[in-house]
Write a protein that binds this ligand. Structure first.
Ligand SMILES: [Zn+2]
Length: 255
């Protein structure tokens, strides 16, 4: 098949035109930045292609806006102005280059101030935020475990924090160990408490059956509201979305 490529600008949009031995014109807008490509029959001249593109301009603009919106949502840059969450609240990130003090602090209930050395790359800024999240969780988890151990009747031998893509928490009943997702730092305290309790119950009941439900209902009435809150809202604009069902809090091998 013979092909012939050209680029023309139509109303400010660069359009790649590929002429092929085909019957109909195909117009496509491609992610991530909304590149526009037209596959046109050999017999169609540039003016005919131009008209076809102009007739679909509104659609092209809509598709491009969609891709740009998706891109903004899926790829966080950890730059000033971005929204980030802590304990259920939304903060605006304020990245400040500093040659002395570095670190994160919350300011005026609205800003998450991140002091970094000049030229700190995106991945290092992300690592700084997640290390801060872990520090915050480390301060809150021991008292939660201590509070719930006598109620549930278990002893947590060890607990750890890990960034996980599909689970809020996991556990290892043999080792008496629970793992908690560092994403929980973004959630309200009631959600963190629910996941801690959920995993602690797994230390005595690995499944999600009647016995598990019975214990959960008994020690934490109204836990469903915490679970709804956990799976609602802001995670949708994060890099991943945790599956919105009771099964998102799972133990390995017990799903
Ligand atoms: Zn579970």
């Amino acid at each position: 098949m013979s092909t012939d490529r050209a680029r023309i600008e139509i109303r400010g949009i660069e359009v790649e035109i590929v002429r092929k031995d085909i019957k109909h014109l195909h117009l496509g807008v491609y992610p991530p930045e909304g590149r526009v490509r037209v596959a046109a029959p050999l017999r169609l001249d540039d003016d005919a292609v131009r008209l076809a593109v102009i007739s679909r301009l509104a659609w092209i603009h809509r598709k491009r806006a969609e891709f740009q919106g998706q891109d903004r949502q899926s790829r966080r840059e950890f730059m000033t102005g971005e929204s980030h969450y802590f304990e259920g609240r939304r903060y605006r990130l304020d990245v400040i280059e500093s040659t002395s003090r570095t670190g994160i602090r919350l300011r005026d209930n609205a800003w998450m101030e991140m002091r970094v050395r000049p030229d700190t790359r995106r991945d290092a800024r992300e690592a700084m935020l997640y290390s801060w999240y872990r520090v915050q969780l480390r301060e809150r988890i021991p008292e939660l475990i201590a509070k719930w151990e006598p109620t549930i009747g278990v002893t947590v031998a060890d607990w750890r924090i890990r960034r996980m893509k599909t689970r809020w928490g996991t556990c290892n009943p043999q080792a008496g160990r629970i793992w908690l997702n560092s994403e929980l730092a973004k959630k309200p305290a009631s959600c963190l408490e629910y996941v801690v309790v959920h995993e602690m119950i797994h230390l005595i009941e690995p499944g999600h059956g009647e016995r598990f439900r019975g214990i959960l209902d008994h020690v934490m009435p109204g836990w469903g509201m915490r679970l709804d809150e956990l799976n609602r809202g802001h995670l949708a604009d994060e890099e991943w979305v945790l599956r919105p069902s009771a099964a998102t809090v799972q133990s390995p091998g017990t799903a």
